[in-house]
Design a protein around this ligand. Structure first.
Ligand SMILES: [Zn+2]
Length: 259
C-alpha cells in the first residue's frame, strides 16, 4: 500500500473515531448485569441480578423522560444473557454510551463503596484482574478475539498487516480515552467531593466494556457482602439516588460533547 493510501485510511479512521452524535439524541445502552440462572453475587438472601435489574429499569424510566436522551435495556426480565450477546445487542442498537451495572462481593466484609471501571490501558492490578475474571465468567480467548474483530471500525476489517495493527491501536486508544471521560463524569457526579473518599475510579479488562465500540463504563454499585452497603443496595430510596447520580453524569458528559 502506498503512503498516500495509508494516510487516507488512517485519516478516515481518525475522523470516524471522533464523529459523535453530539447533536442527536444520545443513546444509552443500559446493561443490568447477570440474570436468569446467573444470579451474580448472592448474599443475605439478596441477588445481584435483582438489584442490577431494578436500578437499570429506574435509570431507563428516568432517561425516557429526557427528550435529548434515549435508552435501551439489554434485559428487562430475569433472563440469561451471555456477555457476547450483550455486546452484540448494544452494537445492533447503535448505542452511544454503554453502562454495565453490577454489585460487588468480597470475602473481607469490611470492604465497601461503589467502583467505576473503564477498559484498562496498563496492566491492571491483581485485584482488578480477579474481579474481571469473576464478571467475565469463563470466555475463551478465541471468542474474545472474534468479538473484538466483529466490533471494530469498518476500515480495520479491510486493512491488513501493519496498517491493521495501527488502526487497532488507534481504535483502542480512542475507546479508552472516551470511556475514561465518561467514567470520570459518572464518578464526579456520584457524591460531593468531600464524601467521595469511598468511591473508586479504576481500570479493568471486563469483557463488556472492552468489547463494545462505544464509550463504556461498568459500575459496581457497592459490596453486597458489607452490611451497610447491603442495606443501602436493597433500599428503593438509595437506588433512586444512584439512578439520579448516573443520570446527572450522563448529562454532564453530553454537555461536554457540545463544547
Ligand atoms: Zn456482577
Amino acid at each position: 500500500m502506498r503512503f498516500k493510501d495509508l494516510s487516507f485510511v488512517i485519516l478516515t479512521a481518525y475522523l470516524i473515531s471522533f464523529s459523535s452524535s453530539a447533536y442527536a439524541k444520545l443513546h444509552i445502552i443500559i446493561d443490568p448485569g447477570h440474570g436468569g440462572s446467573d444470579k451474580g453475587a448472592n448474599y443475605y438472601g439478596i441477588k445481584e441480578s435483582d438489584i442490577t435489574l431494578s436500578v437499570a429499569k429506574k435509570l431507563h424510566a428516568l432517561i425516557t423522560k429526557d427528550n435529548k436522551l434515549q435508552s435501551s435495556l439489554l434485559r428487562s426480565k430475569n433472563n440469561n444473557l451471555s456477555l457476547p450477546e450483550r455486546v452484540s445487542k448494544a452494537q445492533e442498537a447503535s448505542g452511544d454510551l454503554y453502562i454495565s451495572i453490577h454489585v460487588n462481593a468480597n470475602r473481607n466484609r469490611s470492604i465497601y463503596g461503589p467502583e467505576f471501571y473503564f477498559q484498562s490501558q496498563l496492566s491492571p492490578d491483581k485485584e482488578a484482574l480477579y474481579l474481571a475474571g469473576v464478571e467475565n465468567q469463563e470466555l475463551s480467548d478465541k471468542l474474545r478475539i472474534r468479538n473484538w474483530e466483529e466490533n471494530s471500525w469498518p476500515a480495520i476489517k479491510t486493512a491488513q498487516g501493519d496498517l491493521r495493527n495501527i488502526l487497532f491501536d488507534m481504535q483502542r486508544i480512542s475507546h479508552i480515552k472516551k470511556s475514561s471521560k465518561f467514567a470520570q463524569q459518572l464518578y464526579m457526579n456520584w457524591q460531593p467531593k468531600r464524601r467521595r473518599k469511598s468511591v473508586s475510579l479504576r481500570q479493568a479488562p471486563f469483557y463488556v466494556i472492552s468489547n463494545s465500540n462505544m464509550p463504556s463504563v461498568l459500575i459496581e454499585l457497592g459490596y453486597i457482602t458489607n452490611k451497610k452497603d447491603m442495606r443501602k443496595l436493597r433500599s428503593k430510596g438509595f437506588q433512586s439516588k444512584v439512578v439520579k447520580s448516573i443520570y446527572n453524569g450522563i448529562k454532564e458528559y453530553q454537555k461536554r460533547l457540545l463544547l
